[in-house]
Write a protein that binds this ligand. Sequence first.
Ligand SMILES: CC(C)(COP(=O)(O)OP(=O)(O)OC[C@H]1O[C@@H](n2cnc3c(N)ncnc32)[C@H](O)[C@@H]1OP(=O)(O)O)[C@@H](O)C(=O)NCCC(=O)NCCS
Length: 174
Amino acid sequence: METRKTVRLILRPWALTDAEAVYEQARNPKIGAMCGWHPHASVSESREIIEHILHKPHSFAICLEDNQAIGSIGLLFQDDSNLPLSDHEAEIGYWLGEVFWGKGYTTEAVQSIVAYAFEELSLVRLWAGAYQKNIPSQRVLEKCGFYPHHTEERFFSKPTGETHRAVIYVLEKA
Ligand SMILES: CC(C)(COP(=O)(O)OP(=O)(O)OC[C@H]1O[C@@H](n2cnc3c(N)ncnc32)[C@H](O)[C@@H]1OP(=O)(O)O)[C@@H](O)C(=O)NCCC(=O)NCCS
């Protein structure tokens, strides 16, 4: 898995040395509340999350040109997605530190990972689940060409055990 560059961003594999940068953003409860996980409680918890969850194939740190991690984007496959995925499909997920919201960064990152999924991994379909109240995430998906497929009343989050009403989006390879 190689580092990817966009106009303003570097998408690169995670490193344990990103723990402080992750904690700085992911301790903010507004992020986990939309992703279905609890806010990170310490730098060491962020380090464990990097080690066990983020540091894997098809999972990227979103960085500005100074290479500091400001967010996360990646693909989940049949084994680790909550959605009933087929072969050649994946679920895309992402978050960004709050001070960086509203600048189009996530849209830029999603567009790059869509190209990666379809061109390099030869996937044919991408899915994403956004809580119904999460309008910014739905805007990101729509700006990237995804369209709403159906609404799931009880979209389950393993880390919190909670369910939320979510809009499930899909994007077919052109
Ligand atoms: C969702 C998230 C990743 C968006 O990141 P971002 O970099 O700010 O996204 P972008 O700047 O590319 O686009 C955001 C869009 O939402 C719009 N938006 C933001 N807040 C909004 C609101 N309250 N109502 C309507 N639109 C809103 C922005 O105007 C923009 O759309 P536009 O370009 O048409 O103006 C970021 O808010 C985040 O990390 N949230 C918490 C975690 C999360 O929700 N992850 C996704 C789980 S499905």
